[in-house]
Design a protein around this ligand. Structure first.
Ligand SMILES: *[C@@H]1O[C@H](CO)[C@@H](O)[C@H](O)[C@H]1NC(C)=O
Ligand SMILES: [Cu+2]
Length: 128
C-alpha cells in the first residue's frame, strides 16, 4: 500500500524547481568528492549553477561535514560564537543540496582546520 506520506513526498519532488535539464553536480567530482586538499574554487569556476540544480557532497562522515554558512563565516571559517553564521548543517556523508534560490551559497567543512585549509566552496546560482 502506498502511504499518503509517500504520495505527498512524490508531489513535493515535482516542485517548481524541477525544470527540464536540472543538473546534479558531485562536488569535487567522483574522483575527489568533498575532501581536504581539493581546490573547490577551481572546481566551481568552469561550471554554471542554476536554480534547481543539486550539489552532492560525498565524504567520510567521521572526517568531514558540510555547513552552509554566511559569506563572512565562509571567509573567517569561524563557526563559534553561537554559530550565527551557520545556516544548515549536513553530516550524513552523502548530502544532496538543492540550490533552490537564485543567490550565492557558501559551504565549508567545520572539522578543525579544514576550512582554514581551503575546504570551502562558494557558488553563485542564477535564475532558471
Ligand atoms: C559571485 O558573484 C559575486 C558578484 O558578482 C562575485 O563577486 C563573486 O566572486 C562570485 N562568486 C563566485 C564563486 O563566482
Ligand atoms: Cu573536512
Amino acid at each position: 500500500m502506498v502511504s499518503l506520506a509517500r504520495a505527498f513526498a512524490a508531489l513535493l519532488l515535482l516542485g517548481p524547481w524541477q525544470r527540464a535539464g536540472a543538473a546534479e553536480f558531485v562536488v569535487g567530482d567522483v574522483a575527489f568528492g568533498w575532501d581536504s586538499g581539493v581546490n573547490y574554487a577551481a572546481w566551481a569556476r568552469g561550471r554554471a549553477f542554476a536554480v534547481g540544480d543539486v550539489l552532492v557532497f560525498e565524504y567520510v562522515s567521521s572526517q568531514h561535514n558540510v555547513y552552509e554558512v554566511s559569506e563572512s563565516t565562509y571567509h573567517s571559517c569561524d563557526t563559534g560564537g553561537g554559530g550565527s553564521g551557520v545556516r544548515v548543517r549536513y553530516t550524513s556523508g552523502y548530502d544532496r543540496v538543492v540550490l533552490a534560490d537564485a543567490r550565492s551559497y557558501w559551504f565549508i567543512c567545520d572539522f578543525p582546520g579544514h576550512c582554514l585549509g581551503g575546504m570551502k566552496l562558494a557558488v553563485n546560482v542564477s535564475g532558471a
